[in-house]
Design a protein around this ligand. Structure first.
Ligand code: BGC
Length: 303
């Protein structure tokens, strides 16, 4: 006689019913951080708003001197400098703002010259400047395609090249860091998630992925580390339409298993750690900070 083992059948309804209702408010850790970047200088591109702004403030709180690169309004950049240098952290570094377009070769050299003049050298580059110019494929103009590739991909190349030149020239600074330099590329979940209506943006981030890994491979023998952070939906001006109204926010939650939008600080905490010697054996990695957006959320209630 055979005995049948009965397995409970979990219907997708059961999984949906098991989902929690109200979730608690998120309380972010305070900015008081250990001075793990003391004595180092960081250039953060596109740092006058959004993720770049959060990263600039956190690097400064961790003891780094920060160059706030920006392209838009002078007063927004001044605010970031003020915020970063008045955060109350005892070991915070200094900060200056430097205007410049990352897609322009001459302006990128000028940015690094200015950083070296102000702080002596550059130890960290956060390749953050980026933008979206969305359109369906058939109406996307060549100008929209080029602008996004120029800023998001060519801009990261130009800044990485300048940083690597300085890292190699100077080498490891004993007592400051065990590596000769660190580059963090701010990529996106869209380096792996295709994005209809945003082919220029997804292509730029896919490009960042292999550019980052190829540079990481090339410069590793000089003890230079290169990694990417891949944010999901983070509450910044670039995607305001996706979180500003209650309906949009609810729609967005269908794409985020962790059921909250990300904050710039979620990205900034990783950026600080990745630039520190605590992450010394990490290079060539794309680290996703996305509340599970890359976990095929369409399957969260069963397949
Ligand atoms: C984009 C945002 C978008 C997020 C998730 C980011 O790279 O810039 O607009 O909300 O990816 O789709």
């Amino acid at each position: 006689m055979t005995t049948m083992t009965r397995f409970p059948v979990m219907s997708s309804r059961t999984i949906s019913e098991l989902m929690p209702g109200e979730l608690p408010e998120v309380v972010m850790p305070s900015c008081e951080s250990r001075p793990i970047l003391r004595g180092q200088t960081a250039v953060v591109t596109g740092a006058s708003s959004g993720i770049g702004r959060g990263i600039a403030a956190s690097l400064c709180a961790a003891g780094a001197n920060v160059v706030v690169n920006y392209i838009g309004s002078d007063s927004a950049a001044d605010e970031v400098v003020h915020e970063a240098t008045h955060c109350g952290c005892a070991h915070r570094g200094r900060a200056i703002s430097v205007k410049g377009d990352v897609s322009d070769e001459e302006q990128v050299s000028a940015l690094f010259r200015r950083a070296i003049e102000a702080f002596g050298t550059v130890d960290i580059l956060v390749n953050n400047a980026g933008l979206q110019q969305d359109a369906p494929l058939e109406s996307m103009t060549l100008a929209q395609w080029r602008k996004v590739i120029d800023v998001n991909l060519t801009g990261q190349f130009l800044c990485a090249r300048e940083a690597v030149r300085e890292f190699k020239r100077r080498g490891v600074r004993a007592g400051v860091s065990c590596s000769a330099g660190k580059i963090v590329c701010v990529s996106s979940v869209h380096e792996v998630i295709p994005w209809a209506g945003h082919v220029n943006y997804a292509a730029s981030k896919g490009g960042v992925m292999l550019m980052m890994k190829s540079i990481a491979q090339e410069v590793a023998p000089w003890r230079i580390r290169v990694n990417s952070i891949c944010p999901g939906a983070i509450r910044t001006p670039i995607n305001r339409g996706a979180w500003e109204t209650a309906e949009a926010y609810q729609d967005l939650m269908r794409l985020i298993p962790y059921k909250r939008i990300g904050e710039p600080e979620d990205i900034a905490r990783l950026a600080v750690w990745l630039c520190s010697d605590e992450a010394d054996y990490i290079t060539g990695a794309s680290l996703f900070v996305d509340g599970g957006m890359t976990l095929y959320p369409g399957f969260e209630a069963g397949g």
